[in-house]
Design a protein around this ligand. Structure first.
Ligand code: NAD
Length: 495
């Protein structure tokens, strides 16, 4: 098979997907469009489809029609096509990353290339798991064969946010496809074009209608996708409020739903931690180079009082070195916030901290000046200190480059503080003591707990939150089996 090739320039690639959905391998024009902006410049980069209920239904019907043939394709054959798609994506990775940087405002060097590579890695990982769709045999009766088999669910609706759209999409569609489901992706209306490019390449390799992508707003396109009778499963990543609406829509049809929602993840640095590693872990964990726009951001950092002074001084030095600027400039570390609405939300949180008596607000790095860049969407990495435990900046997700930092001395107290939010997505502990590591990881109320590292999503490492952070797991074999298949019990009796 010849590897499909996308246009080499990001502008030409964006133009390819203007005003259309990709349904059944074809570009289907939408009646209305919505503008997609480059947050770094404020310029419009293209007009994306603004699908309505009827246009959404067309994609679902096409995916439903493709289901029988795809679900009956042997699992390893499905996996081989998915592996082929991963190779096609690798061959086109750079232009996809360039589009992603333009629509998200994330820096090309520190974020976008890595995101494309991780998305491809996840697809490649799942491609090999077709033969793991195993059932069980049950010792029901000696003269009967009782067994369970894994079946795909049907049409999966995958709804994406804008912050890491490609990786989060792949966590959904790669296991869904390998398990034999067909898919309708609902792109994020803030950043749809790189998503379209990836789905386009996969769709050119898989049978017609197996994978489709539509764009539109949440109410006009996302909600009808959830409500449609032929959608058998919704997998959603986004905000808590929309997650609740998606859950309600799924409840009305009694269909399974996976939700990856927000977080307020603690990072606990113990007195015996390796200081250098903890400082770099705070920068990578807080996703400062993604402007903190991450659900797993280590946004509450508790440092043992014995280490606080050198920790803060080394963190300050490192944050001051981060270059904030044009996402397309190879020397830039930190790009822009996605849009003015989000930037205001972040500024309002920081203003609440500034109004709090005794609080400290520390900002680092230089905002870009004297360029064509949109000044309002660049924010400095910021640390907040000395806030009361119930402050909104400690309890609520800010989704910006703003972390809370506090010194601790009492282990019991810091464990209680770490667990004192309604979220439960991720946590990390920094210690050289195995017993502290084992004790703290057992106590922390989070779905993804790391010791001495703050890595992001890794293939085959189950990822998903507790509490208001969501329902279900992603990224692993366990996630594919639990969330993209159903188990059927079969009893054969020839007695
Ligand atoms: P959002 O909830 O506003 O939108 C997410 C998606 O849902 C978009 O595609 C949107 O169009 C769609 N949508 C909106 N209303 C809908 C409805 N009624 N029915 C169906 N779909 C609807 O989130 P966002 O602003 O795009 O992303 C930021 C949020 O995502 C943050 O709160 C962040 O914590 C969360 N997030 C979570 C994870 C995770 O893995 N837990 C990862 C990334 C982002």
């Amino acid at each position: 098979m010849t590897t499909p090739v996308l246009p080499h320039s990001p502008e030409a690639l964006i133009a390819t997907y203007e005003g259309v959905n990709l349904v059944g391998g074809a570009k289907v024009p939408a009646a209305a469009t919505l503008p997609v902006m480059n947050p770094a410049t404020g310029a419009q980069i293209g007009l994306a489809a603004a699908s309505d209920e009827a246009e959404t239904a067309v994609a679902i019907e096409v995916a439903a029609a493709a289901f029988t043939a795809w679900s009956q394709t042997p699992a390893r054959a499905r996996g081989k096509l998915v592996a082929e798609a991963a190779r096609a994506l690798s061959a086109n990775a750079e232009v996809i990353a360039q589009v992603l940087a333009r629509e998200t405002g994330k820096a090309i060097r520190t974020e976008c290339r890595g995101e494309v590579a991780t998305a491809i890695d996840i697809l490649d990982f799942y491609a090999g798991l077709g033969s793991e769709l195993k059932g069980e045999t049950v010792p029901f009766h000696p003269r009967s064969l009782t067994t369970t088999i894994r079946e795909p669910l049907g049409v999966v609706g995958a709804i994406l946010p804008w912050n890491v759209p490609l990786v989060l999409m792949m966590l959904k569609i790669a296991p869904a496809l390998v398990a034999g489901n067909t898919v309708v992706v609902k792109a994020s209306e803030e950043a749809p074009f790189a998503t379209f490019a990836m789905v386009d390449l996969i769709a050119r390799i898989l049978p017609e209608g197996t994978v489709n992508v539509i764009n539109g707003t949440g109410p006009a396109c996302g909600a009808p996708l959830c409500a449609h009778p032929k959608v058998a499963k919704i997998t959603f990543t986004g905000s808590e409020a929309v997650g609740q609406a998606v859950y309600e829509a799924a409840a009305k049809k009694i269909i399974p739903v996976s939700l990856e929602l927000g977080g307020k993840s603690p990072m606990i640095v113990c007195a015996d931690a390796d200081l250098g590693k903890a400082v770099s872990g705070a920068i990578s964990g807080m996703r400062f180079t993604r402007q903190g726009q991450s659900c797993t951001a280590a946004s509450r950092i508790y440092v043992h009082a014995d280490l606080m002074e050198p920790f803060l001084s080394q963190l300050t030095e490192a944050l001051e070195k981060l270059k904030i600027g044009d996402p397309l400039d190879e020397s830039t570390d930190v790009g822009t916030i996605i849009n003015a609405k989000q930037a205001k939300v972040i500024r309002d949180f920081v203003a609440k901290a500034e109004e709090t008596p005794g609080a400290r607000v520390l900002r680092f790095g230089q905002l870009p000046e004297g360029t064509d860049l949109s000044p309002d969407l660049f924010l400095q990495p910021t640390l907040l200190m000395d806030l009361p435990a119930d402050h909104p900046c400690i309890q609520q997700e800010i989704f910006g480059p703003v972390a809370y930092l506090e010194a601790w001395t009492d282990y019991e107290e810091v464990m209680a503080k770490a667990n004192d939010t309604h979220y439960g997505l991720a946590a990390s502990v920094w210690t050289t003591s195995l017993s502290t590591a084992l004790d703290s990881t057992a106590r922390l109320n989070a779905g993804y707990v790391q010791v001495n590292q703050n890595l992001t999503i890794q293939p085959n490492v189950s990822y998903g939150g507790f509490g208001r952070s969501g329902l279900g797991k992603e990224a692993s074999l366990e996630a594919m089996l639990a969330h993209f298949t159903r188990s059927k019990t079969i009893v054969l009796n020839f007695d």
